[in-house]
Design a protein around this ligand. Sequence first.
Ligand code: SF4
Length: 353
Amino acid sequence: MGFVPTCDSVPSLNLVYFKVVVPSTFAQQLSNYPLHYNWAEDGFRYLAYSFYLKQKFGKRVQRVSIDAGFTCPNADGTVAKGGCTFCDNRSFSPSRRLPRQTILEQINAGIEGLKRRYKCDDFIAYFQPATNTYAPVEKLRKFYDEALSHPKVIGLAIGTRADCVPEEVLDLLEEYAKTTYVTVEYGLQTIHQPTLDWMNRAETFAQYVDALRRSKGRGFEVCLHLMLGLPGETKEMMLETAETVAELPVDAVKIHNLYVVRRTELEKQYERGEIELLGHNEYIDILVDFLERLPPQMVIERISGEAPGKYFIAPDWCQDKSNILQTVEETMEERDSFQGKEFLARQGKLELK
Ligand code: SF4
């Protein structure tokens, strides 16, 4: 499957984390907080997804990406034209959305590739490009059933938008969640409406709050996609997003910096010199502050994003995922930082020295 930059433009989620042996001061500080997965005691500074999955399933689990041929209401003209500024959605027009392989063929090919890199025998089918609930329920059921019929698939991850989860779709997802692991990923990116307007999201933050409220208590996990370094946003605005997300019914987040890929409106804006991208150090600094403002039980599914070289334009540093992960660990150690530090302090559950 080719690369299709979209709500979540990382081809598959194989988040590697560094285990740093640290003095357990923050583990002690967190000891009064009820953590379902006690990452702090294991020496981690945030709840990384790979750690979470290993605790949850008792073994390594990887995601395998599926392009089921969905389009997007933001790209096909239903709610807007052109799609999000950063998204290469030209291939989402209905006439061009014919998947080259069946879902089972894609899973088999994906597993083969993943098995060359990871010792893993269990997989989550990740419906990734475009809006993966944007179809009648019976069509969705057919796709999800096909993925789950693969003997090595133990769950579903479904990327979508807040305006594409009517009650019947949420009922369907709830039905799957009774028997299998399901996570639904909403591409919020920011809480700030002027930025959502800049990115031509054609959605409001209020729509996301409503979708989260209607998703709550249905048995599936909810993940939000968030971006740092969006045009016009100050550090304070980005941290305001973290503080707001911390109060929402959200189980997990994916975070990355704004980066430019080819064939997007963002590419044109960048070429015209209208866009400033975060530098490496600036991103790490904001990211660590951001993590401190999230609750300690929220799963951090991703802290970096990258695209295949032939699609990628800038900034170069974000293509080095290992370096980002390592620098985040080192910075957190230097700052005696951990996920939830500010969140707990704000709640009066932690005294900051
Ligand atoms: S909402 Fe549609 S246009 Fe926007 S990033 Fe997602 S798939 Fe692309």
